[in-house]
Design a protein around this ligand. Structure first.
Ligand SMILES: Cc1cc2nc3c(=O)[nH]c(=O)nc-3n(C[C@H](O)[C@H](O)[C@H](O)COP(=O)(O)OP(=O)(O)OC[C@H]3O[C@@H](n4cnc5c(N)ncnc54)[C@H](O)[C@@H]3O)c2cc1C
Length: 382
């Protein structure tokens, strides 16, 4: 939505496709809260008129901390009505290269030509499932993205796999909804964020340490907030700093809801098998668990070749690194005229572009580059 708004503001002709806020509404559990701060959760618009504050003023709501998922979804829909009323709520089925650009085919069969394509299609295609769970039925194993209502597990025993925000918050929501829960994670300790709010209230000193983009700890937060600087560092440093910025971590405000939660750390699952109507898990410490369900809060792993709307020939021409498209200025891929926004841009521009707060940079960069090139007759899509 931010991309569409920036393009329109720059007078660049575009069509916009997709279902606004669908990932937040359909792939996250009711009752969840955002981990990002208020200041890092405004959807970017070039005039800075469509902030969360503006939404709250208009709808008579007050600031909340943390931000509840349903409030953020409503904010996103408000943003869409104001800034992108022309969004076409249709899926793009195929993007193919032709000599002068791309042929875009929609799910309803319409086909048209576009000089450029901007894929801002998120991470929903990239769910990561540990191989030990391959082939098991959906009643026994599911990924966190498959649930909006964790209340369906009331009265059942559930093992949550993972050690980040999604795992721990899902565990809290499951227990609050009457499930018997254990969290299993490979890491030896949980990483907490936001435990020292005072560090954010030191005026100038805080500004030196933390960017309002709210990605990463003191210092790294500043570095990743400047993608053009960050991308000049050697790859090995970028990889380490990016991992440190977005490693699995749990928001401090979740702490009280995890009291007496059964959390087993430093253990790997070596096998998972059906046993009657239950699931038997074997861990690397020799212990076993017999449970009704395993919830995989194991995140997402970018692999743009899993975007099924990209034609196979186009995927072949796409230069990638670890599944991410390699992008140059303007977030443009090795296929001229094909741009990637959001998380897929993170290998080239650093972790901040994978978050709501990174859209301002990404949109400014995209539009700046399009203006420079002579391709002003551009169609964008989400
Ligand atoms: C559990 C969880 C919690 C998170 N919490 C935060 C947080 O607190 N703060 C934060 O900044 N980020 C958070 N994130 C990351 C968040 O997903 C991204 O910041 C945000 O969704 C990125 O926006 P996006 O527009 O790139 O992708 P999305 O929001 O996923 O939007 C993708 C859009 O593309 C459309 N689309 C996809 N395929 C097609 C197609 N073939 N044709 C047409 N349209 C298509 C979809 O309909 C959708 O509208 C969280 C992620 C998860 C999984």
């Amino acid at each position: 939505m931010a991309t569409a708004t920036y393009l329109k503001n720059a007078g660049i002709e575009r069509r916009v496709f997709g279902e606004p806020m669908s990932f937040w509404e359909r792939q996250m559990p009711k009752g969840m809260c955002l981990r990002s701060s208020w200041d890092a959760s405004h959807i970017a618009d070039p005039k800075e008129e469509l902030t969360l504050d503006a939404y709250c003023r208009e709808s008579g709501q007050s600031r909340t901390k943390p931000i509840p998922l349903n409030q953020f979804v409503e904010y996103g829909k408000w943003y869409q009505r104001k800034a992108v009323p022309d969004v076409e709520k249709k899926l793009v089925r195929r993007v193919e290269q032709n000599g002068r650009g791309f042929v875009v085919t929609l799910a309803d069969g319409e086909s048209f030509h576009s000089q450029r394509v901007v894929a801002a299609t998120g991470i929903n295609s990239f769910e990561a499932r540990p191989k030990e769970f391959a082939g098991l039925p959906a009643e026994l194993v599911s990924h966190s993205r498959e649930h909006t209502d964790l209340g369906i597990f009331r009265g059942r025993s559930v093992v949550v796999i993972g050690g980040g925000q999604s795992a721990l918050e899902s565990a809290a929501l499951l227990r609050e909804n009457g499930a018997e829960v254990e969290v299993l994670a490979r890491q030896s300790a949980l990483n907490w964020v936001g435990l020292h709010p005072k560090l954010h209230r030191l005026g100038f000193l805080s500004k030196m340490m933390y960017s309002k983009r709210d990605v990463g700890p003191a210092g790294i937060s500043r570095l990743v907030a400047a993608p053009h600087v960050f991308r000049r560092f050697p790859r090995s440093f970028q990889d380490k700093a990016a991992y440190r910025a977005i490693r699995p971590a749990v928001a401090g405000w979740l702490g009280p809801r995890l009291k007496e939660m059964k959390i087993t750390l430093g253990k790997r699952i070596i096998s998972a098998a059906e046993q009657g109507s239950m699931l038997r898990l074997r861990l690397d410490d020799g212990t076993e668990r017999l449970v009704d369900h395993a919830l995989l809060a194991t995140g997402y792993r970018v692999d743009v070749t899993r975007y099924d709307f990209l034609a196979p020939e186009l995927k072949k021409s796409l230069k990638t690194a670890n599944g991410f498209p390699v992008l140059r200025r303007g977030l443009e891929s090795s296929v001229d005229g094909l741009h990637f926004m959001g998380k897929p841009a993170a290998w080239s521009f650093g972790p901040v572009v994978g978050f709501v707060s990174g859209a301002e940079f990404a949109c400014t960069e995209l539009v700046g580059s399009l203006k420079k090139s002579n391709g002003a007759n551009t169609a964008g899509r989400r």
